[in-house]
Write a protein that binds this ligand. Sequence first.
Ligand SMILES: CCCCCCCCCCCCC/C=C/C(=O)SCCNC(=O)CCNC(=O)[C@H](O)C(C)(C)COP(=O)(O)OP(=O)(O)OC[C@H]1O[C@@H](n2cnc3c(N)ncnc32)[C@H](O)[C@@H]1OP(=O)(O)O
Length: 723
Amino acid sequence: MAQYSRVRGSVALLRLTNPPVNALSAAVSRDLERAVRSACADSAVRVLVLRGHGGTFCGGADIRELAGLVDVPFRVGVSSLVALVDAVEAAEKPVVAAIEGVALGGGLELALGCHFRIAHGQARLGLPEVTLGLLPAAGGTQRLPRLVGFPAALELVATGRDVSAEEALALGLVDHVTDGDVEEAAVEFARRVADEPLASRRLSTRPPPRPADLDTLLQVALERAQRRARGALAPVACVQAVRAAATLPFTQGLQLEQELMAALLPSNQARAMQYCFFAQRIVGKWSLPGGANWRNSPARAVSRAAVIGLGTMGRGIAVSLVRAGIPVVAMETDEKQLRVVTAMLEREAAKQRRSPDSYLQLVQFTLERRDLGDADLVVEAVFEDLALKKRLFAELSSSCRPDTLLCSNTSALDVDALAAATRRPELVVGMHFFAPAHVMKLLEVVCGARSSPVAVATAMQLGKRLGKVSVAVANCPGFAGNRMLKPYVEQASFLLEEGATPQQVDAVLEDFGFAMGVFRMSDLSGLDVGWRVREEAGLAGPTVPPGESARRRHGCRYSPLADLLCEHGRLGQKTGRGWYLYEGPGGRAATPDPWLHDFLDQYRRRHGLRPRRIDQQEVLERCLYALANEGFRILEEGVAAGPEDIDTIYVLGYGWPAHRGGPMYHVAAVGLPAVLSRLEHFRRLHPDVPQLRPSALLRHLVAEGSPPISRWRELLKGLRSQL
Ligand SMILES: CCCCCCCCCCCCC/C=C/C(=O)SCCNC(=O)CCNC(=O)[C@H](O)C(C)(C)COP(=O)(O)OP(=O)(O)OC[C@H]1O[C@@H](n2cnc3c(N)ncnc32)[C@H](O)[C@@H]1OP(=O)(O)O
């Protein structure tokens, strides 16, 4: 809660205590407000210093209360924080915030209510409410622009980006940064400002800055937020609230801020995004069938890593490791790739305001396998070819230290087969990064049948250290993410056969909120990736059994459209044409291609397919329900531990809109009986498409009365688990 003690005679030290992140629950806010008032009433006190317990200033309002997960009368809960910030700002004695760890959301709003802010050099500050479907409604949208100006305030509030102490100082968000003891620095600072007049330090009374181009700036910000939001309400509301600081007096701006918040708080979008927040924490609590879990299995320290292969994936992985301060031995035969990595590291160093050398000195390039011998962990990122990878793993198990962890960045291949090629199968795990690996926040940790708890714990922990969310999944073709992608992509292709166009399907998916529709995404990743996988699986190319008809494989419906495009050399953006046409090879702007429409017409005629009008609802239901149906199969087979794992994978790895929670959350929100009935309907129409056959788990959940998604994890424990 809030402790109040006196230091150096006249300084009141208030310690906000609510582990683990000192979240401002209603009770904690009220308690702190009481402590502030009594310190102000203490005649021996001249100045107050506010700090957090345990190395963290404050992680914001209590999200459990905002999400309605704990029982606090709603109005009481949300109004206590506003009252606290107002009381702090109105204090007649200076209040200095001593910020270390994080000051996020309501935590930063509290600091904005203080008259001065001191930060530790490692602190991070930000207003991430937008990522929870909310806005900073304890005065943050009104005070921040008055302190740092509109351009910075608009950006920080609408994106939720947090900043370092150094950037905060440059923005004017904090008054001083120290690398020493933040409490000591704040107490010292407080004694110096004890007698300063406070009027100009109260942000609510400051006139907002008015640059000449303010109207244009606000208009552009609003349009940008609308464009980028992809249907999300919060980013637009954030800009509207900050804009009110320019057009309305403080109290009216505050009122608008609260009205916008009142609309967001109970919205389905906010519920979905808060579900995503907790899902990303739940997935860190992994367990294996033998009883090993995140609590009882310590990770091994990784003080030196190696990456083999510096193609697109390997480069990103090497950069992530270096950014986390881990020395890397990078092995690659192609010198061109070494230059690319060097340039990437220089760019990253500049972004982090570090010297290029501070990053470059952490990388040792090599052509020799013996240089890897000393690594604690090796990540293999070579070409996606099982035989090649097996050879490499066999060699690594002889040339590396006996305790070196051997990890594969494969996106779909059999991790158990790689483990079997080594003398230490227990130290082999999959670490499936997503491209670009230094940007994407997801890591699928693939636990093989023989992976040891220490191997899993180390990979999961390393992911976290790299700033990623690690999700443990069991080994199966495509793991969780790519396995679910298959029926989704297949449905999209069937829809083209039946009369849709790529741009129609993509537009529906992008309206739903995906960053990119399925065809644009496939052009971006390269059509040849799937083509190779299908060839290996005997579905395309010379490996198809003779006599198999063009549109059937193993007795089921098959669409060869993507294979045909590859045969025409249309591999996507890299060749300047795929499902769309681009400006040239490597181009990014997709335009509909008349050639493709002729090609689809001819294809349909050749196969006697009569095109029909397909509506938006059918596109969405067939693509998304087929994908979620595979998710249910993954859960019933125990490949993933719960719906939170699948949803985290899809939101962080596949561009699923967070304001829709993830595929499993989405079907739960639509209603499981309705989804089951639509799948049954599509299955009747397409009996030769097994992915549309409703999974046993979906049927079971409906038969059990469709329990809420929060209960599925527990229910799944009764089923077979590979995790
Ligand atoms: C009628 C209607 C009237 C409406 C009127 C409107 C008025 C409204 C006024 C109210 C306005 C409120 C505005 C403020 C809103 C907010 O502040 S929302 C919260 C913003 N903060 C965040 O988003 C930060 C979230 N947390 C993090 O980013 C990280 O947790 C961290 C702080 C950076 C720490 O990271 P790490 O050390 O990696 O730990 P984690 O594993 O992430 O977390 C540890 C546990 O703590 C839990 N937790 C974290 N933050 C919070 C939080 N803010 N609230 C509750 N719980 C939190 C997290 O879940 C972990 O717990 P477990 O899940 O049990 O492991």
